[in-house]
Design a binder for this molecule. Structure first.
Ligand code: HEC
Length: 156
């Protein structure tokens, strides 16, 4: 039991560092994304990052209702307009299903976190949050570099 909790906490510590890393790279794309045609998607990602940071704060305050609220905002985040979705699907190419599954996994994990937070068990909340962040991480590992290369670096 204790080992599991330690693992969850170690995972959480890694996650606490992750938003900083993501934000550190935010500036590079800031000037170019208007021309990229994926502006709304990018905005959504920044919002997801902000909600995730709020969840860390809410966990530290042990305010589970707040966690639930932020998690629902992630679970129910608006989809980018159809035109952008088409561009993103064209970019994903034969990895389209993988991209959609990654998106689906993040929505599911956020909905689970919201439910767990409603139940108010702090350890379960931390675990569910770690699961959520892992879905973000997985999609980023698979797609973020290629996405930037494709939409921001001028190469096709
Ligand atoms: C389906 C794939 C996918 C999922 C799931 C996903 N992301 Fe992203 N994310 C991306 C891609 C692609 C980019 C690069 C887009 C860009 O820079 O415009 C990105 C970029 C970001 C950025 C950087 C924005 C910037 O200004 O550089 C943040 C922050 C972010 N995501 C947060 C999250 C969080 C938090 C989650 C989970 C709750 C998440 N993402 C889930 C694909 C995903």
């Amino acid at each position: 039991m204790k080992g599991r909790v330690d693992k969850a906490v170690a995972g959480l510590m890694a996650l606490l560092l992750a938003p900083g890393l993501a934000l550190g790279t935010a500036q590079a794309s800031e000037d170019e994304h208007d021309a990229s045609g994926v502006h709304e998607f990018h905005e959504t990602m920044e919002e997801l990052g902000e909600h995730a940071e709020q969840i860390v704060k809410a966990i530290n305050h042990e305010d589970w209702q707040w966690v639930a609220k932020e998690a629902r905002a992630i679970a129910e985040h608006p989809r980018p307009p159809a035109e952008e979705r088409q561009r993103i699907m064209a970019f994903a190419g034969d990895r389209r299903a993988e991209f959609q599954e990654a998106d689906h996994a993040a929505h599911e994990a956020a909905a689970t976190l919201a439910d767990v937070a409603d139940a108010g068990d702090g350890r379960e909340v931390i675990r569910a949050f770690a699961d959520l962040q892992a879905t973000c991480l997985d999609c980023h590992a698979s797609f973020r570099d290629d996405f930037r290369q494709h939409f921001y670096m001028g190469s096709k």
